[in-house]
Design a protein around this ligand. Structure first.
Ligand SMILES: *[C@@H]1O[C@H](CO)[C@@H](O)[C@H](O)[C@H]1NC(C)=O
Ligand SMILES: *[C@@H]1O[C@H](CO)[C@@H](O)[C@H](O)[C@H]1NC(C)=O
Length: 344
């Protein structure tokens, strides 16, 4: 598997393609992550878990507040290792109850977990900045568990919260619930949202969806996929590998869960699909699929808003050194405030 960290090379080419400007610390982190994930992805469609886990630094839950947020884990189904991590702001200066954000991490459906250092940090930051009670879901991973395990796990967590909302901090209000996810997590958030519309919940009320550079695709190669063959973190080639081990044997990327806006996709026009905020980056090869997703939501009559960061790469927001990562959180905050006030 080719490495995709050479974005500063080739500058002597006749008409160099624009490259993202990245601080050296970020480059190093991306280099490590790309090297590790590409070394762990085997061409036979399996993953070298032992290798990946060696460098996937994990944090245990911590009841002591760190940056104003305490965490604990809740088991939903031990037989499939389904659990979630709760991030609850410890300060009591919040007047009234807080919205709940059910979060699905990225990693191509194959890598990482709520315990991974970067995602623990991101959820903690969301929790303290929004503020909100964040529920980060440990869904099963591919290739050991293919589609639809990830959607089943996501929806089962919502059913669990519907019946057992008291496991959350007393300040959590599940009637103001948001689904959120980045990359593969954005794909899961979408499909879980569709299930929530199809199978009503009693107490949990999903009032918004935060879709950060969601992972969608199709057989066709889009302009951005063809132009950015050496983008950091993800390329069309890497995406292909992840779809292959996610989808049922024998299906292609025009499957309904990948090419959601294509003719095979589920019709959502008649569904009470939540208002959606989509983020894209100008150096993300997947951006054309993300924009199609946004346009498709609008075409189906859904409320959707697109925020583009022209100079950002796939996964930028997990790097706190980007000012745009902070900006994204404040835009999510505005969205949440607006949605919560619409419900009242
Ligand atoms: C709610 O919690 C109880 C006790 O842990 C469990 O038996 C039940 O299955 C949970 N509900 C759902 C929908 O998961
Ligand atoms: C994939 O989706 C695009 C729309 O985004 C559509 O033009 C294309 O035909 C789709 N492919 C298939 C075979 O579903």
């Amino acid at each position: 598997m080719q490495l995709n960290t050479t974005f500063s090379k080739n500058q002597s080419m006749a008409s160099p393609l624009p490259k993202p400007l990245l601080p050296w610390k970020t480059r190093l982190a991306i280099f490590c992550l790309s090297t590790l994930s590409s070394a762990s992805r085997r061409s036979d469609g399996t993953i070298n878990r032992r290798l990946f886990d060696l460098f996937d630094f994990k944090l245990p839950p911590n009841p002591e507040p760190v940056n104003g947020v305490s965490t604990y884990d809740v088991v939903v189904d031990p037989t499939r290792n389904l659990w979630f991590r709760v991030f609850a702001p410890s300060s009591s200066d919040t007047d009234g109850k807080l919205p709940v954000v059910v979060f699905f991490h990225g990693g191509g459906f194959s890598f990482l977990s709520p315990e991974s250092k970067a995602y623990d940090a991101v959820c903690r930051l969301f929790s303290s900045s929004l503020p909100a009670v964040v529920v980060s879901v440990n869904y099963r991973l591919t290739p050991e568990h293919r589609y639809p395990s990830q959607y089943d796990d996501g929806f089962d967590v919502l059913k669990f919260l519907d019946e057992n909302g008291t496991v959350l901090s007393k300040i959590a209000d599940v009637s103001k619930c948001f689904l959120a996810g980045d990359s593969a997590g954005g794909n899961i958030a979408h499909h879980v949202a569709v299930r929530v519309c199809q199978q009503k919940l009693q107490v949990v009320n999903v009032i918004g969806l935060i879709s950060i550079q969601p992972f969608f695709g199709g057989e066709e190669r889009t302009e951005s996929e063809m132009r950015m063959k050496e983008a950091p973190i993800v390329t069309a080639e890497i995406a292909d590998w992840h779809w292959k081990v996610f989808l049922p044997e024998g299906s292609n990327r025009d499957h309904e869960v990948v090419n959601v806006s294509g003719p095979n996709g589920v019709h959502i026009t008649g569904l009470d699909y939540p208002s959606t905020l989509v983020f894209t980056g100008g150096f993300d090869p997947l951006q054309d699929w993300q924009k199609r997703y946004y346009e498709w939501l609008r075409k189906c009559g859904k409320e959707a808003c697109l925020i583009e960061y022209p100079t950002m790469i796939h996964g930028f927001y997990i790097f706190p050194e980007f000012p745009e990562a902070t900006q994204l959180i404040s835009q999510v905050k505005d969205f949440i405030i607006r949605q919560v006030s619409n419900v009242k």
